[in-house]
Design a protein. Structure first.
Length: 343
């Protein structure tokens, strides 16, 4: 009998890629999503890639009764990977109560239900945003947490604290906090990928939509930072590499290898790349000329951050494999696939 894993936000960008990797590692996935920011057709892509259609329920995790019904319908869930959350930094400034309610109530409901249904492990989708602008680079897991600069970032910090407090109050489960750097790219099959609704907020979907002619021009938010070429630096990690880290985290928890009840891992490549370097690399690997212009800084942006992934490499036994060229090419192939299918 395959080990059953609940994936919340399972039709989202990272949730769908993680479902593929879990199924290919032999796990049975129960996927739930409220479809507020994703499309149920993603299940077709997952099935086409793995040959298995995940069990799926349309559920809002802030609805405790609906969530409880999932555990009743699918007994034996051994671990949860929680992706379900609102995640747009800018939107969180405009709608803070929506973000606090959605992201915190989702977590509280899941943590409440876990002991009642014998769930042994919890993987939390966190973010490098908890570090703010670090004083020293690269960032390791002991780098001090800084006051959040957005309600979105604050929900990640509060959720981490809630998990720590719950586990240290003798909750009968373990937890892993995965702090993502910048997830980009798409599955090499180009059958699943990022589906931003409306005007993309993040760099890579805006780059690929500009390359596809959907957007007339990419704006580079500032080239007057204290970096080699003046543009901001980030640690861009292939979403499939990120997904594989979740499989490693689940395996580690369920095999009893966890050294502490709550473990924290930075998931990055250890490589910083500037916005202008991303543009240059994208043009080189795709042969597509990007129309872009330099504009003013975006409020809330930090200047530069990239990971020290040593702990994840050595303890989790995971390392990002994809080159930035392969990663950007996968994003472009996905955009071309979207262009062929009428969404
Ligand atoms: C990257 C760089 C922009 C768009 C955010 C969240 C983080 C995670 C990923 C959820 C920055 C520049 C961007 C554009 C640009 N989200 N940029 N023109 O802000 O590093 O991280 O998204 O988990 O938590 O904070 O990602 O892709 O928005 O920006 O110049 O049209 O690209 O200024 O320097 P960011 P991003």
């Amino acid at each position: 009998m395959a080990t059953r894993i609940l994936v919340t936000g399972g039709t989202g960008y990272i949730g769908s890629h993680t479902t593929v990797e879990l199924q290919q590692a032999g796990y049975e996935v129960v996927s739930i999503d409220n479809l507020s920011n994703s499309n149920i057709k993603v299940l077709d892509g997952i099935e086409a890639i793995t040959g298995v259609r995940p069990l799926f329920e349309q559920v809002d995790c802030t609805d405790m009764q609906a969530l409880k019904a999932v555990f009743e319908k699918y007994p034996g869930i051994k671990a949860i990977i929680n992706f379900a959350a609102s995640k747009a930094v800018g939107e969180s400034v405009q709608k803070p109560l929506l973000y606090y309610r959605n992201n915190l109530v989702t977590l509280l409901n899941l943590l409440d239900l876990m002991p009642r249904y014998g769930v042994e492990g919890f993987v939390f989708s966190s973010s490098c945003t908890v570090y703010g602008q670090p004083d020293h680079l690269p960032v390791n897991e002991d780098t001090p947490i800084k006051p959040a600069t957005s309600p979105y970032g604050n929900t990640k910090q509060i959720c981490e604290e809630i998990i720590n407090d719950a586990v240290h109050a003798e909750a009968p489960y373990k937890a892993v906090l995965l702090r993502y750097f910048n997830p980009i790219g798409a599955h090499p099959s180009a059958l699943i990928g990022e589906l931003p609704l409306g005007v993309p907020q993040n760099l890579i979907p805006f780059v690929t939509q500009t390359a596809a002619g959907i957007r007339p021009c990419l704006s580079v938010f500032g080239d007057d930072y204290n970096t080699p070429d003046g543009s901001c630096i980030r640690d861009y990690i292939h979403v499939v590499d990120l997904a594989k880290a979740h499989v490693a985290a689940v395996g580690r928890m369920l095999s009893g290898k966890s050294e502490k009840p709550v473990e924290v891992f930075n998931l990055g490549t250890g490589r910083g790349l500037s916005v202008l370097e991303v543009i240059d690399t994208f043009q080189k690997v795709t042969g597509v000329k990007l129309n872009y212009k330099i504009v003013g800084r975006r409020e809330g942006d930090i200047e530069q951050v990239w990971a020290d992934p040593t702990r994840a490499n050595q303890v989790l036994g995971w390392k990002a494999q994809s080159t930035v060229e392969e990663t950007l090419l996968s994003a472009w192939r996905w955009q071309q696939h979207l262009g062929e299918t009428k969404e």
